[in-house]
Design a protein around this ligand. Structure first.
Ligand code: MG
Ligand code: ZN
Length: 180
């Protein structure tokens, strides 16, 4: 039977949003993020990170360094009893400076490629799944994939929203209560 998932943006949703996070040492969990993820774990959701990392295409960090950052992030969450089931990232940017990554891909949010790939690889029912993030691109990717969407306003943002989210919440923990 297909499972439901919660797709989580990384920067500005789980960790404090640095412009381009380049080292594991810069990781800082947002308050309540681990608690929120633990609640999704307990409710039976697959918890999957969906993150644009164009810093790779811009030459700011390598995929190897990104893997170190993600290993550290999973360790930090695990220390607080929270589990991430998978991480999907997009290293691309059409106008990047590293040629191998400078493509107009289908995975970079607001496109839905990462969510669709996750759905295939983990047998996820997108219609009962949720995308949570802090920017319009997260909402658009979630909608394009057929998920419910939550905009977390972790930095009090007043974006122009090309598409309205189903819910807004002040942080990830507030989002749990809205969607479960
Ligand atoms: Mg973000
Ligand atoms: Zn991509």
């Amino acid at each position: 039977m297909s499972r439901r998932a919660v797709f989580l943006d990384r920067d500005g949703t789980i960790v404090r949003g640095a412009e381009y996070l380049r080292t594991p040492e810069e990781l800082e969990l947002l308050p309540n993020a681990a608690r929120a993820i633990k609640r999704f774990n307990e409710d039976g959701y697959l918890t999957i990170i969906i993150t644009n990392q164009s810093g790779v295409a811009r030459g700011f960090l390598t995929e190897e360094r990104l893997a170190e950052i993600h290993k550290r992030l999973l360790d930090m969450l695990s220390e607080e009893g929270a589990r991430i089931d998978a991480i999907y990232y997009c290293p691309h940017l059409a106008e990047g400076s590293v040629e191998a990554y400078s493509i107009d891909c289908q995975c970079r949010k607001p496109r839905a490629g990462m969510l669709q790939r996750a759905a295939t690889e983990h047998d996820i029912d997108l219609s009962t799944s949720i995308m949570i993030g802090d920017t319009p691109a997260d909402v658009m990717a979630g909608k394009a994939a057929g998920c419910r969407t939550v905009l977390v306003q972790t930095h009090g943002n007043g974006f122009d929203m090309p598409e309205e989210p189903d819910y807004t919440a002040k942080d990830l923990l507030a989002a749990v209560t809205l969607v479960t």
